[in-house]
Design a protein. Sequence first.
Length: 310
Amino acid sequence: MSRTTPHRRSVNRALSALALLALAAGTVTACSDSHAADSTHSASPASPASPGAARAGGAELRMIDNGGHRLAFHVTQGNASTIVLDSGGGEDSSYWNDLVPKLHAATGATVVTYDRAGLGKSDVVPGPWKVESAVSDLESGLRQLGVTKNVTLVSHSQAGEIATYFAKENEKMLSGAILVDANLPPLFTDEQITRLVAFSQPQVDAAKKDPDNPQNRQLISTSESFVETNKAFHKATWPHAVPATVIVSEKTPFDGSPEDAQRWRDAAATFVHDGPHRTLVTAKGSSHDVPKDRPDLVLKEIESMVAAQR
């Protein structure tokens, strides 16, 4: 298992904080912009992006064009159901490398990971982070891969924001979602947004000294749209038709701040209470890095969700 350096941990904590808010703000605009970019470019679902485009574990690299920028999708081919793994702030698709072969073996499903814009092999998109653009990238990528139904979406941290808007726009595509210590709308009150901005400001200031670093670049771009985005995200709703399992870490992203940690747990409980077909699971002993700390639990919950929809 890979180790995270102290600097990277601080950046990831700040990204987690900012990411939580970003989900809420993007809900309003995600719906209007995602389809426009999707219709601009297309690719044959059967053809690889380039010769020899493969990686360890049998995944095929597919480069998808959306609105003039290219995104890297990694596909481990399986049966008609699909599991999509979306990593948290500052992480690319390699975050899931250990889990992909286990998921594929356990479920037989096609497993898809991808690099969001500016991370991994995907192109950088300048300017503030926009959740509607992230939704468009994921939606367009899946459709160009020929994935239109029976999708289980697994979203960690900041990806919870993307998942919320994606689910609202693509109810028929999703059979369920696993939200892994994810940003959820109830957290992002005006008071909590103010606290999160203050919490992350030292990391943002440090990131600006090395803006070409991919993690720093994402942190800076997220901070530029954070307040507006998260005010909107707080009003976002999860569609009742899409089942969701919420895994909340015991330590939360705010380990060391009992008040913020409790608000994180309360937001998860509120989200689950506010709709049908939702389940709350606590990852005992885990930090915010649940997929690394408790891969057994994440695997179990994904397996259960996939099995329930067959």
